[in-house]
Ligand binder design. Structure first.
Ligand code: HPA
Length: 240
């Protein structure tokens, strides 16, 4: 059985799926975590893999960028492929002065300027929140000795923006004043789809840059090792 955007059988996906934005990153994650990863879908080059980690099934699939793309894949995975948990693994630009490049954000909630959740319940400003149990499992894993290569883990809200290249004047500073940890482009939509289908979702984000302080930007090599930190937390949440 195939959906418009995923060519796989229902049993091809594990109950938990890690979703980076970049399909090539999905391949790298699958190769890094699994000895037995097999390609289960490649429609539009959006690669999805399934294998085992520590003897337990896990899938990894690209989501593309932005809330509409993420929503298409998350909706099909939750509604047609038996998926129970989606954990976004991506990057964010930091807003808070407490958050440094290389740190990890466990996004307990997501503000957004998108209309995607606004349209869900008439007259309601939808509250886009992560599954508490997944967030708790990721945080617990981060507190284990040696879990993080160097950065810190932060729990709190992020901003899921629709625009990458346009920002209303003063918005970034105002978000920082309200303690919003970082900016990315997908979490709010993921949390909305999970609520729609009564499933579990979480976004775990590696901080790749700081929007208000560019002094600590990372090299490509550092990005990869720090990204491994968030993967460790994501696997712990997926199999919690
Ligand atoms: N905006 C949106 N997404 C991002 C950013 C950003 O500044 N940095 C990393 N992902």
């Amino acid at each position: 059985m195939a959906t418009p955007h995923i060519a796989a059988e229902p049993g091809d996906f594990a109950p938990a799926v890690l979703m980076p934005g970049d399909p090539k990153r999905a391949r790298r994650i699958a190769e890094l975590l699994m000895d037995d990863a097999r390609l289960v879908t490649d429609v539009r080059g959006m690669l999805g893999f399934t294998g085992t980690v520590n003897g337990r099934p896990l899938s990894v699939m690209g989501s593309g960028m932005g809330q509409p793309s993420f929503t298409i894949y998350a909706t099909e995975l939750f509604s047609q492929f038996g998926v129970e948990r989606i954990i976004r693994v991506g990057t964010a630009g930091a807003l808070s002065p407490k958050v440094k490049v290389g740190d990890v954000i466990v996004a307990t909630g997501a503000h957004t300027d998108s209309s995607m959740n606004q349209l869900r319940i008439p007259g309601v400003n939808f509250c886009a929140v992560a599954d508490f149990r997944l967030a708790a499992a990721a945080y617990e894993a981060s507190q284990l000795e040696g879990a993080l290569a160097g950065g810190e883990v932060h729990l709190g809200t992020v901003m899921s923006r629709d625009h990458f290249y346009f920002t209303p004047e003063g918005q970034t500073e105002a978000l920082a004043r309200y303690g919003v940890l970082g900016v990315e482009m997908e979490a709010a939509a993921l949390y909305g789809v999970a609520a729609e289908y009564d499933k579990q979702a979480l976004a775990i984000l590696t901080v790749s840059d700081h929007l208000l302080d560019h002094s600590g930007d990372m090299s490509a090599a550092e990005r990869e090792t720090r990204f491994a930190d968030s993967l460790r937390l994501a696997v712990a949440a997926a199999h919690s």
